[in-house]
Design a protein around this ligand. Structure first.
Ligand code: ATP
Ligand code: MG
Length: 361
C-alpha cells in the first residue's frame, strides 16, 4: 500500500490550462474523492497520476518514488473508468484473469487471485458468464474486480458509477466504500456528484476551473466552506447567498431587508475588505414560522412555491425581490402567497468577502 503526493501539478493542453498548481496528499489506505463541476480538471488529474498524461509541471509521488518518468504499467496503480469496457468475448473469469496472464503470473496464483476477488465482490456464481449476460451492477463489479485482482498499491476511479441507474448507484456506492476499507487500498475517486463524494470519502478535494478549492472531511467542508464556490457546491438545496452592505457597524442590508448581526458576526463583517459582504445561509438554517416569535425577530417573507418532499418541505420564499429557499418540517403548512416569518440560525451563517469570495472566520 502507498500514499500519493502531488506537488505543484500543472497540465496545459494547447492553450487550455486543465489543472493549475495542484497540491494534494492522499494518505496510505485513504479514500479521497476529487469533486467538481464538469471540465474542472478531475479526469486530467487522475490521468496524470496514472501516467496517461504527462504533467506540464509538478511532481507526483507514489509511496517514496517520484513516478513522473515511469510508464503507467510500472506505477502499480489500477484504474476504473466510467466506460468500463469488459472484453465481450471472454467470460467473467477470463476478464479477471486477463491482467494477470498479461503479467505472466503462474496459473495457480491466477486461479487463487481470481477466486479471492470474485468472493470479495460476490460474483463467484457469475464467473462462467459473458458480460452481455450480466446486469449493469454486475458488470460494474467485474470491472472493479479486474482492477483489484492485480492488488495495486493505488486504486484510481473515474466516475465508475455514472452508467448505473440511480437506485443501483446508491447501492454500489456503499458496496465500494466497504470494499475499499476491507482491502485497505489507497483510493482516489473522481465524481461530479456531491452526494457521492460526501457519502464515500474520508476526505473530499473540491476543484473548480483547474484549481483546488478546499480539502477536508465531508463534515468539515460542509460546516466550514472556505469560499462561496464550496458553500454553493456542497449541500442540497444549495446555500442561499445574499449580496449585502455592512452598515452602522452592526447590520447587513439590501433594498429588501436589514439583518442585525450578533457580536461574533459583526467582528467577521468588519474583517471584510470593504462593506460589501456576501451572507451565506443554508436552507436548513432558515427557520420559518407563521408569526414573528418576538417583535423584532425575523424577516417577513412571501411563500412563492411549496415543494413537498415527504420527509421535509422546501419553501421558496420572496422578501421583496430577494429569493431564498428554506427547508421545513413536512408538518409546516404553508401555501403559495402566504406571509411567513423567517429567522436565520446565527451560529451557522457564513460571511464571505464580496471581492474575493473567501469566507471570513
Ligand atoms: N486531451 C485534451 N486536449 C485538450 N483539452 C483537454 C484534453 N483533455 C481535457 N481537456 C480540457 O481540460 C479541461 C479539464 O478536463 P477534464 O476532462 O479533466 O475535466 P473533468 O473535471 O474530468 O470533467 P467531467 O466531469 O466533464 O468529466 C477541460 O476544459 C477540457 O476541455
Ligand atoms: Mg472527467
Amino acid at each position: 500500500m502507498a500514499s500519493v503526493e502531488i506537488r505543484g501539478l500543472r497540465k496545459e493542453f494547447e492553450g487550455t490550462v486543465a489543472v493549475e498548481n495542484l497540491d494534494l496528499e492522499v494518505h496510505d489506505k485513504e479514500f479521497v474523492v476529487l469533486l467538481g463541476p464538469s471540465g474542472c480538471g478531475k479526469t486530467t488529474t487522475l490521468r496524470c497520476i496514472a501516467g496517461l498524461e504527462s504533467p506540464s509541471d509538478g511532481e507526483i509521488r507514489i509511496g517514496d518514488r517520484v513516478v513522473n518518468d515511469l510508464e503507467p504499467k510500472d506505477r502499480n496503480i489500477a484504474m476504473v473508468f466510467q466506460s468500463y469496457a469488459l472484453y465481450p468475448h471472454m467470460t467473467v473469469y477470463q476478464n479477471l484473469a486477463f491482467p494477470l496472464e498479461n503479467r505472466k503470473m503462474a496459473e495457480r496464483e491466477i486461479v487463487s487471485r481470481v477466486n479471492k476477488t470474485a468472493r470479495l465482490l460476490q460474483i463467484e456464481n457469475l464467473l462462467g458468464r459473458k458480460p452481455a449476460q450480466l446486469s449493469g451492477g454486475q458488470r460494474q463489479r467485474v470491472a472493479v474486480g479486474r482492477a483489484i485482482v492485480r492488488e495495486p498499491e493505488v486504486f484510481l476511479m473515474d466516475e465508475p458509477l455514472s452508467n448505473l441507474d440511480a437506485k443501483l448507484r446508491v447501492y454500489m456506492r456503499a458496496e465500494l466504500k466497504r470494499l475499499q476499507k476491507d482491502i485497505g487500498v489507497t483510493t482516489i475517486y473522481v465524481t461530479h456528484d456531491q452526494v457521492e463524494a460526501m457519502t464515500m470519502a474520508d476526505r473530499v478535494a473540491i476543484m473548480n476551473k483547474g484549481v483546488l478549492q478546499q480539502v477536508g472531511t465531508p463534515a468539515g467542508i460542509y460546516s466550514q466552506p472556505t469560499n462561496t464556490f464550496v458553500a454553493g457546491f456542497i449541500g442540497n438545496p444549495p446555500t442561499n447567498f445574499f449580496d449585502l452592505v455592512f452598515v452602522e457597524d452592526r447590520c447587513l442590508e439590501n433594498a429588501d431587508f436589514r439583518y442585525p448581526l450578533s457580536e461574533p458576526l459583526i467582528a467577521r463583517a468588519r474583517g471584510c475588505s470593504s462593506t460589501e459582504v456576501v451572507l451565506g445561509v443554508r436552507p436548513q438554517d432558515v427557520l420559518v414560522s407563521i408569526g414573528p416569535s418576538a417583535p423584532d425577530a425575523g424577516i417577513e417573507a412571501e411563500v412563492f412555491t411549496v415543494e413537498p418532499l415527504g420527509d421535509s418541505t422546501i419553501l421558496d420564499l420572496k422578501i421583496g425581490e430577494t429569493r431564498m429557499k428554506a427547508v421545513t418540517s413536512p408538518d409546516f403548512r404553508a401555501e403559495m402567497g402566504d406571509r411567513v416569518w423567517t429567522r436565520f440560525r446565527a451560529e451557522r451563517l457564513y460571511i464571505f468577502d464580496k471581492k474575493t469570495g473567501s469566507a471570513v472566520q
